[in-house]
Design a protein around this ligand. Structure first.
Ligand SMILES: CC(C)(COP(=O)(O)OP(=O)(O)OC[C@H]1O[C@@H](n2cnc3c(N)ncnc32)[C@H](O)[C@@H]1OP(=O)(O)O)[C@@H](O)C(=O)NCCC(=O)NCCSC(=O)C[C@H](O)C(=O)O
Length: 358
């Protein structure tokens, strides 16, 4: 009989014995199933992430975000930043990344985010303190193995307590026990939809006045201001697994192919924040961004997997010359990321300050 106190007791060369051992062993779990969350619960996330220029630059380089204000101190100063900040997409991805262990590590998918507000620029060296409150939980009527949870999250500077960014986010979260539902239809499409405008206009340039003029023209011509961006980015291992791991995002969706083989996506998928950052980078490459302000109604429509290529489409919704400093006006866009088959994978409304001509 095997003496289990003997350090040499496990014979790993005997596959059958090791299989039997694994079958009998309990798994020490990470993350939480849907049943764990109740409305009003507050969670403090503390994996200890500190924002860094290295992380921000790695994020920006990989996602094609080339705004010089986040790369160079002189441009940052010209643009009114006290110190060169880290990129807002990186900040947002880090704040969400450190929540994953407590909120969504078990799997399930990031469905959408709303009310994303950047309260102040964040600089390298800032240690994060991130908290979330459960604001809604509900059963999914179409997917009995999952529930749907919404949290409000705030990312603060741990040293000063100042809020850097806040948002509300919704995920599908696996249930420990599948729910009894009517099994409602999955993925049904609404047949109707608005008719398209006759003409889609493209702004002549990248400044606030160009967006304003295009919108004025569209009003007069019963057209819309909407255009594609030329760049594409194919999803490789660094984007799908590397960037989320660098934000301490432990969601198995991005780095555990073995687990994900038996999931709705059938494979690892890109972190939603990477997908959106690439689409936004395509859009930003065709505008003179001054500052990011807020995002609303962000939705993740379909999976992005290794080898997919992401492109961007932008519709201009509104220009507000009164918002912002003298040098910039606010433009509200709707951005869509789509793949090589023209399938939309992300959409969101974004308000950014865009530099004026002078
Ligand atoms: C996940 C999907 C395959 C689901 O598709 P489908 O089954 O066709 O259903 P729906 O998309 O209509 O949605 C399912 C239910 O969820 C509700 N829903 C959807 N969006 C929202 C939202 N923004 N807010 C609230 N509720 C929402 C619907 O009403 C449905 O409810 P019910 O009818 O009661 O069932 C498909 O959506 C898909 O493929 N999406 C892409 C997902 C994705 O790739 N996300 C990014 C990668 S995962 C990630 O980043 C994880 C991250 O690291 C983390 O940890 O969060």
């Amino acid at each position: 009989m095997t003496e289990w106190s003997d350090p040499d007791a496990m014979d790993l060369s005997d596959g059958e014995t090791f299989d039997a051992l694994l079958d009998r062993a309990d798994t020490r779990e990470k993350g939480h199933f849907f049943e764990f969350f109740s409305e009003g619960d507050e969670l403090a996330h503390d994996p200890g992430l500190r924002l860094s220029h290295h992380g921000s630059e790695q994020w920006m380089g990989q996602t094609l975000n080339h705004d010089p204000a986040y790369w160079r101190a002189d441009t940052a100063a010209e643009r009114g930043f006290e110190k060169r900040p880290v990129h807002p997409d990186y900040l947002l991805a880090c704040v969400m990344g450190v929540t994953v262990e407590d909120l969504s590590e078990k799997g399930g998918y990031f469905l959408g985010r709303d009310d994303v507000e950047f309260h102040r620029p964040a600089t390298a060296g800032t240690p994060l303190s991130v908290t979330s409150t459960v604001v809604d939980t509900r059963t999914s009527s179409s997917r009995p193995k999952y529930g749907i949870v919404t949290w409000e999250t705030a990312g603060r500077n741990r040293e000063t307590g100042e809020t850097l960014v806040s948002y509300r986010r919704t995920n599908m979260i696996p249930r420990r026990e599948p729910a009894a539902t009517d099994g409602g239809a999955v993925g049904e499409q609404d047949e109707g939809g608005p008719t398209l405008p006759d003409t889609l206009l493209t702004p002549d340039g990248e400044r606030f006045e160009d967006f304003q003029a295009a919108l004025d023209r569209a009003d007069a011509e019963n057209a819309a201001v909407a255009y594609r961006h030329e760049r594409g980015r194919t999803m490789d291992d660094q984007l799908v697994a590397g960037l989320p791991l660098a934000t301490l995002n432990t969601a198995r969706q991005h780095h555990n192919r073995d687990e994900m083989a038996d999931s709705p996506s059938g494979d690892i998928v890109a972190y939603g924040d990477v997908t959106r950052s690439i689409a936004l980078a395509h859009a930003r490459s065709d505008e003179a961004t001054y500052r990011e302000q807020r995002f609303a109604d962000e939705r993740f429509h379909d999976f992005v997997t290794l080898g997919d290529t992401l492109y961007g489409f932008t519709r201009v919704l509104d220009c507000d010359p009164e918002a912002g400093p003298e040098r910039a006006g606010a433009v509200t866009f709707e951005h869509v990321a789509f793949n090589q088959d023209q399938t939309p994978v992300y959409s969101g409304r974004r308000t950014a300050l865009i530099q004026r001509d002078t």
